[in-house]
Design a binder for this molecule. Structure first.
Ligand code: GAL
Length: 683
């Protein structure tokens, strides 16, 4: 059941968090003393301490120094700041990596890394597990119950995998646990192909090595699952220690959007709240709407991974990132806009990497609240201060929820299965981009959505959109069938229902009950050349498609659109099928955006799903709402680099900062934003 209650990140949270990563261990006492005052000036009420602090905490093996952290925790408490205290396991001290080289990662070719960098250890290493358990226990023992401790921040951006001997053994154990017998494994992996049948567990090695096995899809998918599970089991090990000292102190870890190395929905089940790091301008320009829409998608994904509870924007940059292809500064207004976007989509705070720009090493030129110039009148510092002041006035929103009736399925295992089984076609599937194209069409018409995976409960939704549901797992086909039969609407596309959860093709095409839900059986699919297009005709309108089309036979569904050209001209391109009290649409080709928008508008209006707002505004303006038990907060966000005139079309909107009643017409400057309040109301 999706959350519709006020759920703060931690029980005593009364304020939206504003702050971020702070590394006082890098700085002399006089700078640290200045920081306390500067943080007050910048309206910073939260800090993340201890990320990457292992060598300061355990300078040599078994010798611990907590004095600096004691002082820091006490000082944060005196200043009334929340602390997210990190476990330092994302980077190991030099003494550890050199004394115990077996903890370091091995690459697919079998070469072991040297000590250095970060996230460079094997989650399967027994020595690393022991060393991590010791430092985590020491931290938990010392700081559980400290008044500043708000939550635990476990490690940092877990990721990657190791091909060393301990990982290989752990993989075989994982497989034995899963399959119980080699006979079963061979059947699921279809190993008679090329005579690859295994007769002993120790014949199995990870896939991916250039000189190794790459042809067994079941093996490749299981390795991805195993690697994700390794991360989760390491996190769980840390979590259990922390919880044994203080069961009520929430734990989180900072996730990375749609990063493929860990199943976001699965790991989130082990977190008390979800948090993530948003660096959106790596892929695009801050002046382009698409980047803002992608960021909105990721916020919605993170909120949904926590079953709709509020999440935390754990990191974003206060200005630029040194690893962006172009280190563009944020334009005036963009900083506040980025922060408010996160809040509007369900974050209970805005945190930065980093508070103070480091003087040396890899991230010395990464953006920070306090730059090398150490000035509190610098533009970035002032932007941060201004956002902090605004957030202070939105504290009533803490724990608020976003109301949605529509879900899009984005499933990590489906992504992995597509990457694995369609490896030869690696450039064409574009699974995540396809998901985003549906998200974008709903964003454009102001419809709020959740992002779910194959394990999620669908009963609260009216429409579920499941593009390219290539692999069926966890009984999703049964749950989709009961969802539709009970009156829901399913929209799915080409490349759905091809393989089971061991990557074996369904013989006879899409299996029951999905086949009856859709009322179609696709027979074969055609791939278009990169420069080739074709068209479909729907309701006397022509739409272009690229890349994929499927030939559908045995149609009991109603045909709404047909292909126009090629030998399959006249055959179904879009169908709809009544099933129980609901209906299911099937889209057989990769159509242009105008098609997706038209279909989404039709489906939303058929199912009584209203836009978040009826305001009239130019493209680039987004209106979002977030609820508390008594009020709805309305965010008006101008993502465009031009002034926008907006006609609000709603009475009773009160400016959230000044309390004044809003005028009907408002003007937002480029990258401008406003927040209003009104009595609780659902669209
Ligand atoms: C994050 C990471 C931080 C910092 C930041 C720089 O991914 O968690 O430690 O490296 O990137 O953008």
């Amino acid at each position: 059941m999706k959350n519709t209650r006020q759920t703060p990140l931690f029980p005593n949270q009364t304020r939206l968090l504003h702050g971020g990563d702070y590394n006082p261990e890098q700085w002399p006492a006089e700078i640290v003393a200045q920081d306390a005052d500067l943080m007050d000036q910048a309206n910073v009420n939260s800090v993340t301490l201890g990320v990457f602090s292992w060598c300061a905490l355990e300078p040599s093996e078994g010798v611990f120094d907590f004095d600096w952290l004691d002082r820091m925790m006490d000082s944060q408490s005196e200043h009334g700041r929340y602390v997210g205290l990190a476990t330092p396991t994302a980077a190991v001290p030099a003494w550890m990596g050199t004394k115990y080289p077996e903890i370091l990662r091995v690459n697919p070719d079998g070469l072991r890394n040297r000590q250095g960098n970060r996230v460079n250890t094997s989650y399967a290493s027994k020595v690393f597990q022991e060393k991590a358990a010791i430092i985590v226990s020491k931290l938990a023992e010392r700081y559980t119950g400290h008044p500043a401790l708000a939550f635990w921040h476990i490690s940092n951006e877990y990721g990657g995998c190791c091909y060393g001997p301990e990982s290989i053994l752990a993989f075989r154990e994982w497989l034995e646990h899963k399959y119980e017998s080699l006979e079963n494994l061979n059947r699921c992996w279809w190993t008679e192909f090329w005579s690859h049948r295994y007769s002993a567990w120790d014949q199995i090695f990870p896939p991916g090595a250039p000189l190794g096995e790459t042809s067994i899809h079941g093996l490749t998918l299981d390795w991805k699952r195993f690697s994700s599970d390794q991360i989760i089991s390491f996190l769980t090990m840390e979590r259990c220690i922390l919880k044994s000292y203080g069961p009520d102190i929430p734990v989180t870890t900072n996730l990375m959007g749609t990063y493929a190395g860990v199943d976001g929905f699965k790991i989130s089940k082990h977190l008390d709240f979800v948090s993530w790091d948003s660096y959106p301008w790596f892929h695009g320009k801050p002046s382009e709407l698409d980047g803002w829409i992608r960021t909105a998608f990721h916020h919605d994904l993170n909120r949904s991974m926590g079953d709709g509870r509020s999440f935390l924007l754990m990191e974003c940059t206060p200005s630029s990132s040194n690893w962006y292809p172009t280190m563009k500064l944020k334009r005036p207004g963009q900083h506040t806009l980025e922060g408010l976007q996160a809040i509007a989509h369900g974050s209970d705070g805005v945190q930065y990497f980093q508070w103070r720009q480091s003087a040396g090493s890899l991230e010395q030129f990464h953006g920070a609240v306090v730059g090398h110039n150490n000035r509190s009148d610098a533009r970035v510092f002032c932007d941060v201060k201004e956002l902090g002041a605004k957030l202070n006035q939105l504290d009533g929103l803490v724990g608020g929820w976003v109301h949605t009736k529509v879900a899009i399925v984005f499933d990590w295992e489906v992504l992995w299965a597509i990457q694995t089984c369609l490896e030869y076609r690696s450039k064409t599937p574009q699974y995540t981009e396809t998901i985003l194209s549906f998200y974008r069409s709903l964003f454009d018409i102001s419809i709020a959505v959740d992002i779910v995976d194959s394990t999620c409960d669908l009963t609260d939704y009216r429409v579920v959109i499941a593009p390219m549901l290539f692999m069926l797992r966890n009984g999703i086909e049964q749950r989709l069938a009961s969802f539709v039969s009970n009156g829901g609407c399913l929209v799915t596309t080409y490349l759905s229902g091809w393989v089971d959860d061991s990557t074996k093709a369904y013989l006879g095409g899409i299996p029951e009950p999905l086949r009856s839900v859709l009322g179609i059986v696709p027979e074969e699919w055609d791939e278009l050349y990169p420069d080739e297009t074709n068209t479909i005709l729907w309701d006397r309108r022509q739409f272009t498609f690229t890349t994929y089309s499927e030939r559908i036979l045995n149609v009991s569904a109603t045909v709404l659109a047909t292909f126009e050209n090629d030998f399959y001209a006249g055959e179904p391109a879009l169908t709809v099928n009544q099933y129980g009290s609901g209906k299911a649409y099937y889209i057989a080709s990769r159509n242009e955006a105008a098609f997706t928008s038209t279909l989404m508008q039709q489906v939303m209006s058929e199912h009584g799903i209203l836009p978040i707002s009826n305001a009239s505004h130019p493209v680039g303006v987004s209106i979002r709402t977030r609820n508390t038990p008594t009020e709805t907060y309305v965010f008006v966000l101008n993502y465009a680099n031009t002034t926008a005139e907006i006609s609000l079309d709603e009475p009773n909107l009160q400016d959230a900062y000044t309390g004044e009643l809003a005028t009907v017409q408002i003007t937002l400057e480029a990258f401008g934003s406003r927040v209003f309040r009104k009595p609780l109301s659902y669209c």
